[in-house]
Design a protein around this ligand. Structure first.
Ligand code: IMP
Ligand code: MG
Length: 191
């Protein structure tokens, strides 16, 4: 295990097994359709690559990069699109693939945006659900694992752009991200 991690929360093997199960559910749901799978960069890149390779229905892949600002509370923040999808989502069945849902702000804004653009349906698939921190009225349609109020890294998730390449999901040592005096989104002391 990496020296900056406190403990491994979910192993490579568990991740692989669960993604296969979730992909089977998605396959069932989209039988006879060709959904547009949208990877929300950068956190979901690794999950996305593994998830889409487990699907057997035909799919198209697209990529989007967003960041949220002024997030004090979930409802007051703004979503900034840094990179938009290439495809027109009008009339499409969209699957948003995200690494983690925390307050739910990012995904509720994204879902509303795709609806506004005329998507036929919007399905949310997440690797991790930090349910206990939810501030928006939204839940993922498919989720691989529920996690508690701890800051996790690995398998795409970062702290300050690092640890994304760890093959497992681990709890980062508190000493690495400080004592909570500087609020970091997703950490136990932040909102
Ligand atoms: P939300 O808009 O509050 O749901 O925030 C989702 C985003 O917060 C994710 O895409 C991550 O970038 C970040 N985040 C929340 N919790 C964690 C964590 O434990 N580790 C790494 N990133 C996190
Ligand atoms: Mg993210």
């Amino acid at each position: 295990m990496h020296k900056d991690c406190e403990r491994i929360l979910i192993s490579e093997k568990e991740i692989r097994k669960r993604i296969a199960e979730v992909a089977r559910s998605a396959d069932e749901k989209f039988k006879g359709k060709c959904p547009l799978c949208v990877c929300i960069l950068k956190g979901s890149a690794i999950f996305f690559a593994d998830f889409v390779r487990r699907l057997t229905v035909p799919v198209e892949l697209d990529f989007m990069s967003v960041s949220s600002y002024g997030s004090g509370t979930a409802s007051s923040g703004k979503l900034k699109i840094k990179k938009d999808t290439d495809a027109d989502v009008g009339g499409r069945d969209v699957i948003i693939v995200e690494d983690i849902i925390d307050s739910g702000f990012t995904l509720s804004k994204l879902k509303a945006l795709f609806k506004e653009r005329g998507a036929r349906s919007v399905t949310i698939v997440v690797l991790l659900d930090k349910k206990c921190r939810r501030e928006c009225d939204i839940s993922p349609d498919l989720s691989c694992f529920e996690v508690g109020d701890e800051f996790v890294v690995g398998y795409g998730l970062d702290y300050d752009e690092r640890y994304r390449n760890l093959p497992y999901i681990a709890v980062l040592k508190r000493g690495i991200y400080g004592d909570g005096s500087q609020p970091l989104k997703g950490t136990p002391n932040s909102k």
